[in-house]
Write a protein that binds this ligand. Structure first.
Ligand code: PLP
Length: 359
């Protein structure tokens, strides 16, 4: 059975028992105190993880719904610039093409540093909204959000940051970095089930919200309903997922945010050391601004092997790691080390992967 595999993917990640258990409960009213309290708990914890004073809004939909909500509410009809060095940067651009008056891609090869000089030219050219993926999951690279935030402020542009696989696993300081809109997905570093996205919005961005947002992803409507007591969402939310996310947030609070981030850094360091010891190349090309991801490690498939055989060996040992996406299929493998991963789980993953490397 698939659910007997240890999922060491960059999401979805294994769910703590407490998180699974609350999803089996009887239905509750989504316009009542219990739901409102759960939403309030989620917001309290997420604020700390986003590094913001603003209350994140929770949408029933996966991370991509959060990305689309950000672009549709703040970029529709405007000139947008999209920083790209992997699959999810490309996805932001694809969404921008549906909504922006002009969507400008600023492309680097996957896993290589972003081109910040081209970003400045795009802003000088009148781009008003910028998108960037903080932790580019497809390539295992951590992009410089603080640096991009500074550039956006200088040109008075709005900065939308996809924090889908950084928020909850790595340090994010949305307010200090000048991030106007940040997005997270439930099934990644938060260790909750898939199906929810949360979006935080700065005052500056609210002042510039477009007048004609889409109906289901109308963020001002989410804000209005979240301000009610008890807290609500505009339409019927995925209640069991909210309850599960609340439980996941309480677990995060019990662990402590700083400790959680330190654990992710420790695990990422251990995986990198192992990759080095195996004599395999890391995939991303870092520089002084771009670092290796602390939530997912991307490394090259050993010479003479292929994706199917290599990951097949690991899977036979009970562990599922990820392959490369799109043109990186058969070129790289990715180990997710995000969420509630324990040291024994990480050690088992490294042992199984080493076995596949040496086979
Ligand atoms: N952004 C990043 C960085 C991701 O890693 C992912 C999913 O892997 C997404 C966005 C899309 O999220 P979802 O698959 O939940 O829609």
């Amino acid at each position: 059975m698939e659910d007997e595999l240890l999922l060491m993917l960059p999401g979805p990640v294994p769910l703590p028992e407490r998180v699974r258990a609350v999803m089996a409960r009887q239905a509750i009213n989504h316009r009542g105190a219990e739901f409102g309290n759960a939403y309030a708990d989620i917001v309290r914890v997420l604020k700390g993880l986003f590094g913001t004073k603003n209350n994140p809004l929770v949408i029933s939909g996966s991370g991509t719904a959060g990305m689309e909500a950000a672009v549709a509410n703040f970029g529709k009809g405007r000139k947008m610039a999209h920083l790209i060095n992997g699959k999810f940067g490309e996805r932001m651009y694809t969404i921008g093409q549906r909504y922006a008056s002009e969507a400008r891609p600023i492309e680097s090869d996957w896993g290589t540093p972003l081109n910040l000089e081209s970003l400045k030219s795009a802003l000088e050219d009148g781009c008003e909204v910028v998108t960037m993926v903080h932790n580019e999951t497809s390539a295992g690279i951590l992009n410089p959000a603080g640096e991009v935030g500074k550039i956006c402020r200088k040109y008075d542009a709005l900065f939308i940051m996809d924090g889908v696989t950084s928020i909850g696993g790595d340090q994010v300081l949305a307010d200090d970095w000048g991030v106007d809109v940040a997005v997270v997905g439930s099934q990644k570093c938060l260790a909750a089930p898939a199906g929810l996205a949360a979006v935080s919005v700065s005052d500056r961005a609210w002042d510039r919200a477009v007048k004609n947002p889409p109906y289901y992803l109308d963020l001002p409507a989410y804000k209005k309903n979240a301000a009610k007591d008890p807290m609500e969402t505009p339409y019927t939310p995925a209640v069991p997922l909210f309850l599960a996310l609340r439980e996941a947030c309480l677990i995060i609070e019990e662990e402590g945010v700083d400790k959680r981030i330190a654990r992710h850094h420790r695990m990422a360091g251990a995986v990198r050391k192992a990759v080095h010891a195996w004599g395999i190349d890391m995939f991303p090309k870092t520089d002084s601004l771009h670092q290796y991801s602390n939530t997912v490690t991307a490394a090259c498939i050993p010479a003479g092997s292929n994706d199917k055989d290599f990951r097949g060996v690991v899977k036979k040992l009970g562990i599922q790691i990820a392959g490369g996406q799109d043109h990186l299929k058969d070129k790289i493998f990715r180990i997710g080390h995000m969420g509630a991963v324990s040291a024994p789980e990480l050690l088992a993953t490294l042992a199984a992967t080493e076995y596949a490397v040496r086979k």
